[in-house]
Design a binder for this molecule. Structure first.
Ligand SMILES: NC(=O)c1ccc[n+]([C@@H]2O[C@H](COP(=O)([O-])OP(=O)(O)OC[C@H]3O[C@@H](n4cnc5c(N)ncnc54)[C@H](OP(=O)(O)O)[C@@H]3O)[C@@H](O)[C@H]2O)c1
Length: 336
């Protein structure tokens, strides 16, 4: 689609949450471009997903240098989406990218050195055709690089005007505490922490939430649908064309465990009682906690995106429902 024009009703139904104690509001549901936006995917499909998302108030698009495949292609494709019309709304968009995983050969294309972060963001900006991103993340902690160097690079990137805010991702509570302290000293406080969080994977997020809340840092949940396992997709086996079936997907068949499928079936019944799909209920269950600023979903079709956005119609749970869900989640935990 060329010359996209946004819907005039785009702000009618989305809710926006304050990111920690910052000035920035994020949509309760954000769109991630880790899968479905690469060079192996179809432009007409994923551009429609992005346009539809913005039409429904999704102002936040999450990328990283390595998203694809091939690495870098999601940013290139997002650049094309911006050129095809979304970019006209640049001041209504919060675009994030990250560096931290393996991106180019040699010693300077990975982890958390100043050398890597600075060069990687320049490449990301070129691929997307942007002058700045809204949020730049250290994608993972680097055990070999002093935290002062990694955080110092983030703060300098903001000073250079190439990012407005900074964030961290995949840092455990101890690493988070140190990163927040170092960033505070630079005068560029950490805006947000991006954490894996779903009904099936709760441990890290639950250990971080009290700390982030106390420090006034936002929390954004990734893979909130456990890459699709918390939808009705895998209730009766692994369908063709699903992330678990594709060779380019990061969901391995063995992650679709019998315990999780059994739990998803029972959760699906509770969702139906609530008048929701399982995907909607899984997102609502995360969003019931006001400390969660946003959940970043992935979608391989407009229909999935629409389903997920409908989660916002009901994010409250009765105490009995929560207890029933908790019992199911306990059962689904991998046996130690
Ligand atoms: N910071 C990090 O280290 C990190 C790591 C991972 C992800 N992330 C971010 O989080 C974003 C989301 O991650 P994710 O893609 O794993 O999220 P997810 O929402 O848990 O999974 C998305 C996948 O689930 C399936 N799906 C989504 N909605 C559905 C629905 N309503 N019904 C049926 N199936 C549905 C689709 O897979 P099919 O292809 O099978 O249809 C879709 O691609 C990423 O794009 C990225 O921005 C960050």
């Amino acid at each position: 689609m060329e010359n996209y024009l946004a819907s005039s009703s785009r702000y009618d139904s989305m809710s926006y949450r304050r990111c920690g104690r910052s000035g920035l509001l994020l949509p309760a549901i954000s769109l991630g471009l880790w899968h479905n936006f690469g060079s192996v995917d179809v432009y007409n499909n994923f551009s429609r997903i992005a346009f539809r998302a913005f039409d429904r108030g999704v102002t936040h698009f999450d990328l990283a240098n390595n998203y694809g495949p091939i690495p870098g292609s999601a940013e290139e494709n997002f650049g094309r989406i911006l050129r095809d019309g979304l970019g006209a709304y640049r001041d209504e968009l919060v675009i994030s990218t990250k560096a931290g995983y393996d991106m180019w050969p040699g010693p300077y294309g990975n982890w958390g050195s100043r050398k890597y972060l600075m060069a990687s963001l320049d490449q990301s900006l070129r691929r997307m055709g942007l002058e700045y991103v809204d949020i730049f993340y250290s994608h993972r902690p680097d055990p070999e690089t002093p935290i002062e160097e990694t955080m110092g690079a983030l703060a300098d990137i903001v000073r250079q005007g190439k990012a407005l805010y900074v964030g961290i991702s995949n840092y455990n509570p101890e690493q988070t505490e140190r990163a927040l302290e170092v960033l505070r000293r630079t005068g560029t406080p950490c805006l947000i922490h991006q954490v894996r969080y779903s009904m099936f994977e709760r441990k890290m997020a639950e250990s971080l939430l009290p700390l982030l809340d106390r420090e006034g840092v936002g929390m954004i949940a990734f893979s909130p649908l456990a890459q699709g396992v918390l939808t009705d997709k895998y209730l009766n086996g692994i369908p063709e064309n699903s992330r678990a079936a594709k060779t380019t997907g990061h969901l391995r068949r063995e992650q679709v465990t019998p315990e999780r499928v059994a739990a998803a079936r029972t959760l699906n019944e509770i969702a139906a009682r609530r008048g929701q799909t399982l995907a909607e209920m899984a997102l609502a269950w995360l969003l019931k906690d006001r400390r969660v600023t946003s959940v970043i979903i992935g979608a391989s079709s407009v229909a999935q995106l629409d389903d997920n956005l409908n989660a916002l119609q009901n994010t409250s749970f009765a105490v009995e429902e929560l207890a029933e869900i908790e019992a199911i989640l306990q059962q689904a935990q991998p046996k130690a």
